[in-house]
Design a protein around this ligand. Structure first.
Ligand code: SF4
Length: 77
């Protein structure tokens, strides 16, 4: 499994994460920021645990995000 972490407050809504990882990201029509689909919020961080097949696309999102607020890591469970 992998864990994706999003520091949503700092998102500038550039849409890059949606372009490279459309299964896990969408732009919220209300505030224009990216939303990590299905995530839960903890102290301002949005966290999603999902399957390994989402790693590559989200690793690319991590690297492409201009404000560096996406983090993806492999988990043990
Ligand atoms: S790439 Fe980063 S700044 Fe751009 S929409 Fe996604 S999370 Fe927000």
């Amino acid at each position: 499994m992998i864990r994706i972490i999003h520091q949503r407050a700092k998102c500038i809504g550039c849409n890059y994460c949606v372009e490279v990882a459309p299964n896990t990201w969408e732009i919220d029509k209300t505030d224009g920021k990216a939303t990590l689909i299905g995530s839960t919020q903890k102290k301002g961080f949005y966290i999603l645990t999902t399957t390994n097949d989402e790693f590559e696309a989200n690793f690319e999102a991590q690297n492409i995000c201009p404000v560096k607020i996406i983090k993806v890591e492999k988990t043990t469970k």
